[in-house]
Structure formats: structure tokens, C-alpha cells
Design a protein around this ligand. Structure first.
Ligand code: ADP
Length: 685
């Protein structure tokens, strides 16, 4: 395509240059070059289009025929024209014939563009082809009209005319509109080559605005300085100095001014594209600061949606525990529940092979994606899906839905977004390695735990051994009451041992969540009842408070029970002095920054204890942190892991007292919108 454009540009340059130079004495031979290059222009334009639309293989015969005819016509013209006597006025007969043939060839090229218009798949593409066609038609028609005026008008300058008169007589009485439009057409094609896509009218106007303003600025600064220079011819050195000053002044303001002009042009003429560009800059600024998945998704999604160009953005990430890609976060107007998990599937294969991501509207980027993949895009409500890749692995993807009334994203927007997602992939990999490091730290902490565990085991063992030895030594005449006491010690210490071992195992093994649909209210009530039946310390009460209707949760009931019991037991431990422990459940749809977010269920346990000192708050969830004589310090660490395995969050809401409140936030996931391929379990991506 670059070669085709270079040829076209060369022909245009030869055509314009020979047209301008031919009237000068001794250069009249250039009229032949003018006519020849002009007549070859349609064929060169045709070749360019067939390459740009990727039809060069389809149209080999037509292109060859077009070129052969054009070259033949030009050859005949170059041989025949000089043989005929010079015309009295206007052009010669071969001139006119060649002109008509060129016009016809341009019409054929225009026809080619029309066919592309019919074949175009999207509305956006059609609009762009239409504007390109209109420009081509206008440039051709105006040039033809100018030629007609010149042909009918007087030919050549009066003998002895000056340079200016010669030039003016060649140009005709009309301003050179055809040349101007022709240049504009070439400029548009230049942008097409540079951007590898058809240019949007708005974008073109924005660029022309910047270009023209720059040109006017040059003329303006030079005008001012030349005005100050007075009569140049009288003081050439002074004049040259003024010109130098003008050039310096222009260069000094050019940079910031061009940036300002681009901004104004963008604001006036290409708003959506500009907004998205600015949002991408925001994302780029924020990405390096993201050290967790939450921050990464927030830095990525929020600015894109805030730009208004993206109506809905969602992020799916590989979840090793579940063996599927999970909906991690979504921003924007969610009009229907989104697919929440996608297993390793046809869709992921398509994503892996499609270089430029997948698009919902038919067209580029969709090759290789079969119907199932398109259905998945639909279920995720996405126009464009861009994968995060690490080598051949797909770590996840970013889904974007374009603003209302626009048909997807332009090729340039897609290119920029792809680059952005590429950069985000690197961040994602960093976070993954960071997580791996955390995991290593967890394992290292388990090593420390082994020491603590040995200690925890040795104490009860010593108690058991002591009791058993005592019973053994006085086996014959043990007082039944004493026997009961010692057996009680053995049972209690064995329980303590079993508890330590269970908790240790709980913390160290990876969690498998068996999700089922459950009613969070019923779960809370059942746990509270169960715990109350187990007996409460004097003065301590336990109750459940459920507010409003609660959406069903997809969660592992056993695991949630375990978390609630942990939190309740801690609350009871903390409220030894008496007071209520309250377990609450409510639906929330607001995130931490006060913005509307995906629906969640909040389970909280509030006690009447002394609260958590601020200095301790940061260490609460660290494994083995305990302030209790018989505590293991694993309860909260395990609870947090269990809630996170559900895609939720466990945090301490208030510290410093009075009373502590622990909150578990669990995402509500629709059970009935899982596509056929959304599965749990499976191999890695
Ligand atoms: P354990 O209960 O075995 O100590 P946890 O991980 O459950 O282990 O708790 C760790 C520590 O957090 C406790 O030892 C206690 O100091 C503090 N803690 C937990 N819950 C509360 C609460 N409701 N009020 C005050 N402190 C608490």
C-alpha cells in the first residue's frame, strides 16, 4: 500500500509541478509530462484503493487492464500530439480526447469506491468511504471544469508577457480549486496510509484545522515582522534579520500552540475520540501505581467509563482456584446481569489466536471467532474484547461497550486500546508475581507456624501425659471424683489439640468453594441460633438483625458458617464484661467511594467489647497474631481467606472501640445467567 501511495504522490507532484513550470520559456515540453502524469492518476488511485481494501489479488486482471489502457493512451498521446500543428486556441484534439479519457477513468475509480461502499460492513465504514468518494468526485469535477474553461479560453500569454502573466494565464481566471482539492485528497490518503484506516470526517476536519491554523500563524508572524522591516529592497540585510526573528518567534510558540490547537480542534470536532484518548492517558498515569488486582482494575475501568466513550467496561481474570475466568469488576451502565465465569473454551481459544482482540460487530478482528465466541461476547455485553496475555497464556481480558449511538470503536481507537491493554498485561503479570511472592511468604509463615504448633501441641500433651501418669500410678484406689476430673483434663486437652491441628490444616490448604444458591438471611439466623444454644457467658446476648429483602448468594454455606462462627466467637470473647453481640445482614450497592457498584450482601458482627486498638488493627488478619492465652491467631486469617475465595472482602470497620465491627462483603452473582460454557473447574488457561 505504501508503494501504491508513493506512486500516486509522485504522479501528483509531477502533474502539479509540470503544470506550473510549463508556461516558462523553454519548458513547454513539460505540457506532455503534465498530460501524461494526469492521465495516469486514475490508474494509480485505483491501485491504491484495491490495495487498501485488500482486493489486489481479487482484482489483478482489472488492475492490469486499467494500467495497460492508461499507459497505451498516454503513449499514443505523446506520439501523436507533437505531430499535429499547434492549436490556435484552447487544447488540441488529442488534449481533449486524453482529458475525456482521464475523466472516464476517474469515474471508473469512483465506481470502484462505490462497490467498496456497498460491501462495507459497518455504518461507520460506509460514512467514511462516502466522504472519501465525495472528495474524489469533487476534486475530479472541479479540475475538469477548470480544464474546460482553459480549453475554451485563450491559450498562452501575450508575447513579451512577464513571469506573473505567464503563470496566471496558465492557471486561467479561476483560482486553482481543483489543485487544492486534489492536494486535500492526497492529504487524506496520506492519513489513510499513516493510520491504516479510513479517516473520519470529524477527525479530518480537526487535522485540517490544526494544519491551517499553523500555516496562518507562519503567514501572520512573517507579515508582522516584514511590516516592521519597511522597504525590504532598500535594506536587504535588515529584512533578512526580520525574517530570522519571525522564524524564531514562530518556532518558540509553535510547540505549545500546536498542542493547544489540537486540543481545541479535538474539543470542537472529534470529542468522543479525544475524550477516550485523554482517559487512556489517565489510565497510563495510574497503572504503575496499581499493586493489587483491585487497584489495577479500578485504574483501568474507571477512567475509560468516565470518558463517556465507553458505556460499559468489565474485567475478567483467570481464577486458579476455580479453574475459570471470573468477572472481576465492571463499571458503567450494567443493563443486564453479565456472565460471571467463563471456562477455558472456544472463546478463550479465539481470543488467544485473534491478534487484535475480538469484536462483536462483524468485521476485522473477528476472524477465527465462531458463533459460540460471539455468543459469549453477547453474554458479557461487550463490543470489543481485548486479552491480557503473557506469552501464549491468556490471563484475562478487558471488555468494552461503546457509547450509545456509536458503532463500536474505530481502528485507531482499537490500536490505542490494544497498546494500553498490552501495558496493563505487564502490570498484571507483576501483580501475579507479587501474589506468588505473598504465597511464598504465607508458606514461610507456615514454617514459623510449625514451631508455634510444636509448642501448642507440647502443652496439651504434657497435660494429658501428667493426668494419665497420675491415674496409672494410683490405678488401684482412685477416687471416682478425682478420676472424672483427670479424665476431664485428658478430654479437654485432646480437644484443644484437635482444634489446633484442624485450624492449622484449614489455613494451610487451598480452598475449594462448593458454591450453591443460598439465602443469606436464613444462614445468619441458623448460625446465631446454633451458637446461642451452645451457651453464652453471663450478661452476653446474641441476636440477628436482618434488614430488607436480601438477594440470594452463590456461596459455600459451610465456609460462610465457619466465618460467621469465628467472628461471633471473637465478639463473645471480647464482650466478656457483658453486652450484646449483633449479627447483621443487608444488601448494599455502594462502593467505598460512595459510587454505585455491583450488588453485594454485607454480613457484619458487632460486639460490646473494648474494640481493637489502632496499633493492632493492621496485624489482626496476620496468621498467628493473638492476644488470647489459648488463641491460635488463625481464626481471622482463615476467615479472610474464605471470604476472598468467594470474591468478597473481610474487614474491620471500626477500631479503637467501644465495640468492634467486622464486615464481610460478598458479591451477588446471578445464578441464572451462566452461559453454557461458563464452568467451574478445568485446566489452566
Ligand atoms: P484467636 O481468636 O485465636 O486469637 P483470631 O485470628 O480470631 O485468633 O483473632 C486474632 C486476634 O484479634 C485476637 O487474639 C484478638 O486480639 C483480636 N480480635 C479478634 N476479634 C476481636 C474483637 N471482636 N474485639 C477485639 N479484638 C478482637
Amino acid at each position: 500500500m505504501h508503494r501504491a501511495f508513493a506512486l500516486l504522490g509522485l504522479l501528483v507532484a509531477v502533474c502539479f509541478a509540470s503544470f506550473t513550470l510549463a508556461p516558462f520559456p523553454g519548458l513547454s515540453g513539460l505540457w506532455g509530462a503534465y498530460a501524461a502524469s494526469g492521465a495516469l492518476l486514475p490508474a494509480a488511485t485505483w491501485s491504491f484503493f484495491s490495495r487498501f481494501f485488500g482486493r489486489e489479488h481479487e482484482l489483478v486482471r482489472q488492475t492490469r487492464a486499467f494500467w495497460t489502457l492508461s499507459v497505451l493512451g498516454v503513449g499514443v498521446y505523446l506520439v501523436v500530439d507533437p505531430l499535429l500543428p499547434a492549436a490556435e486556441a484552447g487544447g488540441s484534439a488529442p488534449d481533449v480526447l486524453l482529458g475525456i479519457a482521464t475523466l472516464a477513468a476517474f469515474l471508473a475509480t469512483f465506481q470502484r469506491l462505490r462497490r467498496e461502499h456497498e460491501r462495507a460492513e459497518t455504518h461507520v465504514q460506509r460514512v467514511r468511504i462516502r466522504s472519501l468518494g465525495a472528495l474524489l468526485l469533487l476534486a475530479t469535477a472541479i479540475t475538469a471544469l477548470e480544464q474546460l474553461v482553459r480549453t475554451l479560453g485563450p491559450v498562452g500569454p501575450a508575447p513579451g508577457a512577464g513571469l506573473l502573466q505567464r503563470a496566471l494565464s496558465a492557471q486561467g481566471s479561476l483560482p486553482p480549486m481543483g489543485a487544492l482539492l486534489g492536494s486535500l485528497f492526497i492529504y487524506v490518503l496520506h492519513l489513510v496510509v499513516q493510520l491504516y484506516r479510513l479517516v473520519d470526517v470529524n477527525e479530518l476536519l480537526a487535522r485540517l484545522f490544526v494544519l491551517l491554523s499553523g500555516a496562518l500563524l507562519i503567514v501572520g508572524t512573517q507579515g508582522v515582522f516584514l511590516g516592521l522591516a519597511g522597504d525590504l529592497r532598500a535594506h536587504p540585510l535588515h529584512g533578512a534579520f526580520q525574517l530570522l526573528l519571525a522564524a524564531l518567534a514562530f518556532l518558540a510558540v509553535q510547540g505549545p500552540l500546536t498542542a493547544a490547537l489540537e486540543r481545541i480542534a479535538g474539543d470542537l470536532l472529534n470529542r468522543p475520540g479525544r475524550r477516550l484518548l485523554l482517559a487512556m492517558r489517565d489510565v497510563d498515569g495510574g497503572l504503575p501505581r496499581a499493586i493489587s488486582l483491585e487497584q489495577l482494575s479500578d485504574q483501568l475501568l474507571s477512567p475509560l467509563v468516565a470518558s463517556g466513550r465507553v458505556r460499559l467496561a468489565s474485567l475478567y481474570l483467570w481464577d486458579q482456584g476455580q479453574g475459570s475466568y471470573r468477572l472481576h469488576q465492571s463499571r458503567g451502565s450494567v443493563t443486564r446481569p453479565l456472565l460471571w465465569a467463563v471456562g477455558p473454551s472456544v472463546f478463550v481459544d479465539a481470543l488467544r489466536t485473534a491478534g487484535g482482540g475480538l469484536q462483536r460487530s462483524p468485521g476485522q478482528g473477528e476472524e477465527g471467532a465462531d458463533l459460540a465466541a460471539v455468543r459469549t461476547l453477547d453474554a458479557m455485553d461487550a463490543d470489543l474484547c481485548l486479552p491480557f496475555r503473557s506469552g501464549a497464556l491468556v490471563l484475562g481480558w478487558l471488555n468494552l461497550k461503546a457509547e450509545l449511538g456509536s458503532e463500536g470503536f474505530s481502528r485507531e481507537e482499537r490500536r490505542q486500546l490494544r497498546a494500553l491493554v498490552g501495558r496493563a498485561s505487564v502490570m498484571l503479570q507483576n501483580i501475579h508475581s507479587f501474589r506468588a511472592m505473598e504465597e511464598q511468604q504465607r508458606l514461610a509463615a507456615l514454617g514459623t507456624m510449625a514451631a508455634g504448633l510444636a509448642h501448642e501441641i507440647r502443652n496439651p500433651l504434657a497435660g494429658i501425659k501428667g493426668a494419665a501418669q497420675y491415674l496409672q500410678s494410683g490405678a488401684d484406689d482412685v477416687d471416682p471424683a478425682e478420676l472424672r476430673d483427670f479424665l476431664g483434663v485428658i478430654v479437654a486437652e485432646t480437644d484443644r489439640l484437635a482444634n489446633v491441628v484442624t485450624q492449622f490444616l484449614d489455613y494451610s490448604r487451598p480452598y475449594v468453594i462448593h458454591a450453591e444458591e443460598l439465602d443469606p438471611g436464613a444462614l445468619v439466623r441458623a448460625v446465631v441460633e446454633l451458637r446461642a444454644q451452645g451457651g453464652l457467658p453471663p450478661g452476653v446476648s446474641l441476636r440477628a438483625e436482618l434488614s430488607g429483602p436480601l438477594p440470594p448468594l452463590r456461596a459455600d454455606a459451610d465456609k460462610l458458617r465457619q466465618v460467621l462462627l469465628n467472628l461471633i466467637n471473637n465478639g463473645i470473647d471480647a464482650s466478656r464484661g457483658g453486652g450484646p453481640v449483633v449479627v447483621r445482614a443487608r444488601a448494599v450497592q455502594i462502593d467505598r467511594s460512595g459510587e454505585e457498584a455491583a450488588p453485594q450482601v454485607e454480613l457484619s458482627v458487632e460486639d460490646s467489647g473494648a474494640g481493637v486498638p489502632e496499633a493492632e488493627a493492621a496485624r489482626l488478619f496476620t496468621p498467628f497474631f493473638t492476644t488470647k492465652p489459648h488463641g491460635t491467631g488463625l481464626g481471622l486469617a482463615i476467615s479472610r481467606r474464605l471470604i476472598e475465595a468467594h470474591g468478597g472482602e473481610l474487614r474491620l470497620r471500626s477500631f479503637g472501640g467501644p465495640g468492634a465491627c467486622f464486615q464481610a462483603l460478598l458479591p451477588v452473582r446471578p445464578a441464572d445467567h451462566r452461559a453454557e460454557e461458563a464452568v467451574q473447574g478445568g485446566e489452566s488457561p
